[in-house]
Design a binder for this molecule. Sequence first.
Ligand code: GSH
Length: 179
Amino acid sequence: MALGVAKVPYQTVEVSLKNKPPELLAISPKGTVPVMQLPDGTVLEQSLDIMRWALTQNDPEDWLGADELEATNHWIEACDLTFKPLLDRYKYANRHPELTMDQHRAKAMTAFILPLENALQAKQNGAYRPSFADVSIFPFVRQFAAVDRAWFDAQPLPATEAWLSHWLESDLFAAIMKR
Ligand SMILES: N[C@@H](CCC(=O)N[C@@H](CS)C(=O)NCC(=O)O)C(=O)O
């Protein structure tokens, strides 16, 4: 989405993660995706680096908004370090039998989703401007919601649900999420 909003031309190469092509491993031995190679050969190995690079080329909607950097970093870090591991345990609960699926989900709710709901509710009363953090985080909240959509929809999370719908229904998401 950052590449899309920045209107940077790029090519995507789909790879099988079960059979990683040598061309991928040659430029990025860690073997995770996404990886971006620039025309000068520079390799960006983290999605956040790809986003930052794209928006440094062109940031028409001011997603990098320097004034909000601290809050942005807080949310991205909380998503990466706290929420993502809990999300994976909830998604693949059978691989993490130390807790039940519901218990994994409850931990993710307390640690991340409820604080996010509070932050989004507070923002609705002030000036709310979509930023880098929103786009970094909503794909993971989308995954969380999708594990048990009926359960998620029944939760009192009005701001989170509106925020998620906003991104999922955006033209930008439709343009990049080609199935
Ligand atoms: N921190 C990395 C995470 C990359 C990552 O874990 N990608 C997953 C797919 S979403 C992957 O490539 N998994 C394959 C593997 O680990 O073998 C980033 O943001 O780019």
